[in-house]
Design a binder for this molecule. Structure first.
Ligand code: F6P
Length: 364
């Protein structure tokens, strides 16, 4: 293989920037800093038990639980730190927010402040770390409000509450058998594979497109008794396969690592659902809007797929809180549209009562 046949991430970004003659280099430099953070996390993850970084994080007070009420892994905390240290110094950021931090992160006084906001989940799927299953990082770049750029004031939670449609860029790194960076800057989606010899991300998957149809779905079926009826109907119809109303067999996958799940869907189509359910009335969904649903939604839509709350387009949701949770459905366009349609159709008595539904899990 001739390495010169492939662009590096740096080359790709420079070529993209030529489309905007007025653009300074800030944005590209920021993406390269994020890519460097991902490479550093990939190395740390790769050492596993040898690096002494597996297991739960122990804070000075004992165990550590993040703002989501979830146990933090050592690698969650380390990865969060890597993201901060690699990006805070450059003068491109006005502030940051992350799954692992209760409040927005202020750029320290010794560094200049810039015009972008960085929102990230430093290590998604980290409950998989100790069992050596693929994990990833997710990020979203927003423009800081004008008032923040002009005054250089501290950022507030409200500055981050922007709809997914205003994202400037989004991406994820997947720490799997190979490390990959998948990126959108609002002009399609491109995938880069980390060349371990060169330490460079190389463009290996240009212009990724999600097939509009699929016969593969992903959902945590252990929650089925908590699902709302449109979701139950959709899954039941998939399970009924050739003999059901869809007249084709479906395959099911659940890795419990959204980045890995999303990557499969970008590569070969499929639908991912972590829908709103009634398991815990305090949690309208499991996944977080600003650093999970929005970046993934932007990537998926830029690849020709669709991202939804189940009822409405994800990109149009007006966030109300930094760590807001939301129902998330994304993937092959025709399937996601079908799920949205099921949410709009009136609920018949039959669908409302799963015990008696014709296509229920409880009947043959
Ligand atoms: O925090 C997010 C996450 O780890 C996702 O990566 C994954 O899709 C989901 O949670 C797994 O949830 P569950 O434990 O319910 O399968």
């Amino acid at each position: 293989m001739l390495l010169t046949q492939r662009s590096t991430l740096t080359q790709f970004l420079i070529e993209e920037r030529r489309r905007f003659p007025g653009a300074g280099g800030d944005f590209n430099a920021l993406i390269l800093d994020i890519a460097l953070a991902c490479k550093a996390i990939a190395r740390t993850v790769a050492f596993g038990e040898l690096g002494g970084v597996t297991g739960d994080h122990a804070s000075e007070q004992g165990g550590s639980v993040n703002v989501q009420g979830e146990t933090q892994k050592k690698l969650d905390v380390l990865s969060n730190d890597v993201f901060i240290r690699r990006t805070e110094w450059s003068g491109h950021l006005a502030g940051m927010a992350s799954e692992e931090m209760d409040l927005p992160y202020q750029i320290p006084g010794q560094y200049p402040r810039g015009k972008y906001l960085l929102v990230f989940d430093p290590l998604d799927g980290s409950s998989n770390i100790d069992v050596n299953v693929s994990v990833g990082s997710i990020f979203s770049v927003l423009r800081a409000p004008q008032a923040v750029i002009e005054t250089g004031r501290d950022v507030t939670q409200a500055d981050f509450l922007q709809p997914g449609s205003s994202q400037v860029a989004a991406g994820y790194a997947l720490y799997g058998p190979t490390t990959m960076l998948v990126l959108t800057v609002g002009d399609g989606v491109n995938g880069f594979t980390l060349d371990p010899n060169l330490g460079e991300f190389m463009l290996t998957h240009p212009k990724i497109q999600i097939p509009p149809d699929t016969h593969e779905f992903a959902i945590n079926a252990s929650n089925s008794r908590f699902w709302e009826s449109p979701v139950k109907r959709y899954v039941d119809e998939c399970l009924a396969g050739k003999t059901g109303p869809r007249a084709k067999d479906f395959n099911m996958r659940w890795i419990a690592s959204m980045v890995a799940e999303a990557h499969r869907i970008l590569m070969r189509g499929g639908v991912f659902m972590y829908p709103r359910d009634n398991k815990d009335p305090a949690k309208p969904g499991r996944l977080r809007l600003l650093y999970e649903a929005n970046p993934m939604g932007f990537i998926v839509e830029q690849a020709g797929g669709r991202a939804s709350t189940g009822e409405n387009p994800m990109m149009a949701v007006r966030p109300t809180a930094l760590h807001q949770r939301i129902g998330l459905v994304f993937g092959s366009k025709n399937e996601v549209e079908r799920i949205e349609r099921y949410h709009q159709e009136p609920v018949t008595t039959e669908l409302r009562n799963p015990l008696f539904a014709e296509r229920s899990l409880f009947r043959d």
